[in-house]
Ligand binder design. Structure first.
Ligand code: AR6
Length: 191
């Protein structure tokens, strides 16, 4: 657990569909009409209401985010975002991936959401290398939390140990770098 500007960043190994945060983030595709991976699991667990709402959204650009209710999920809202398909790292993949986290957090804030759970966007079917993606995800969220007040909890829900380990390692690295010159950054992940 890491504290930034009164908000907590938490890493857990688990299933995004089981989260009780105000919102969960769906790593979708531009059609927003369902798919495999976490997207498929979210629509299965949430039921047809989410898809019904998605149909009215007219798709979503890569790096952007749109909100629906959570249907039968425990989380009242789903924020759908579209990560980049990883090609070679030279097609704005890093920038687009960072946009997903930023836009999702902006949408959360605009909707009065206090807690949000992210999966590891783009690192499944879209093939983004896990280590690089974990650094972008955490840096972007930390930067955003420093610039905005309102969100209390950002949880990363990592599917499987490999993913959890990559994020844990990245967070330690970032915390160490930040702690060298930032007193307000409190990393109590060892406690
Ligand atoms: N809970 C948490 N994380 C999960 C879950 C789950 N239930 N299931 C998978 N993951 P992916 P992408 C992890 O493929 O790479 C879909 O078909 C998974 O292990 O879900 O952004 C969409 O419709 C990986 O670490 O999303 C799009 O077409 C991470 O979630 C496309 O895949 C992301 O894997 C999006 O690809």
């Amino acid at each position: 657990m890491t504290k930034i500007n009164n908000a907590t960043i938490e890493l857990v190994e688990g299933d995004i569909t089981e989260q009780t945060t105000d919102a969960i983030v769906n790593p979708a595709n531009r059609a927003l009409l369902g798919g495999g991976g976490a997207d498929g699991a979210i629509h299965r667990a949430g039921g047809p209401k989410i898809l019904e709402e998605c149909r009215k959204l007219g798709g979503c650009d890569t790096g952007d985010a749109k909100i629906t209710t959570g249907g039968n999920l425990l989380a009242p809202y789903v924020i759908h975002t579209v990560g980049p398909v990883y090609r070679d790292g030279k097609h704005r993949e890093a920038e687009l991936l960072a946009n997903c986290y930023r836009q999702s957090l902006d949408v959360a804030l605009q909707n009065g959401i206090n807690s949000i759970a992210f999966p590891s966007i783009s690192t499944g079917a879209y093939g983004y290398p896990l280590e690089a993606a974990s650094r972008i995800a955490l840096r972007t969220v930390i930067e955003w939390l420093r610039e905005h007040n309102g969100l209390k909890l950002v949880r990363f829900v990592l599917f499987g140990q490999r993913s959890f380990n990559a994020y844990s390692h990245a967070l330690k690295e970032i915390a160490t770098a930040l702690n060298q010159d930032e007193a307000e950054f409190v990393d109590d992940s060892e406690e």
